[in-house]
Design a protein. Structure first.
Length: 112
């Protein structure tokens, strides 16, 4: 039960910034794969301890698909990074029954 409360509180921090483009820092947690809409595997990366530049924790983790920008940095687990992204809400889940917040339009990704 406590995990659900913490998760909800973390996403509440992102909710306050909905629609804004912000500068962030994070730590590379791990890499993985997922199946895309067509069933093909796509590489993913988990950023943990996502903070604004003032050090405020916005979310404990968030997953991204590894695109050209992320792949070109040759990141490894434990690396600290800095980037810009836009906060936006979305409906998640197969049955479209949950609302959450995400970071998209990542740019200016660099080692911190």
């Amino acid at each position: 039960m406590w995990f659900i409360i913490i998760f909800a509180e973390m996403r509440k921090q992102l909710e306050k910034l909905d629609g804004q483009r912000i500068k962030l820092t994070a730590v590379i947690d791990r890499f993985g794969t997922k199946r895309n809409y067509h069933g093909f595997p796509e590489n993913t990366v988990c950023f943990k301890n996502v903070q604004d530049l003032d050090g405020n924790l916005l979310t404990d983790h968030i997953w991204f698909t590894v695109g050209k920008t992320i792949a070109n940095l040759t990141l490894k687990e434990g690396d600290r990074i800095m980037f810009e992204a836009r906060v936006s809400g979305y409906i998640k889940g197969y049955y479209n029954d949950q609302f959450d917040y995400k970071l998209n339009n990542i740019s200016r990704l660099q080692h911190a």
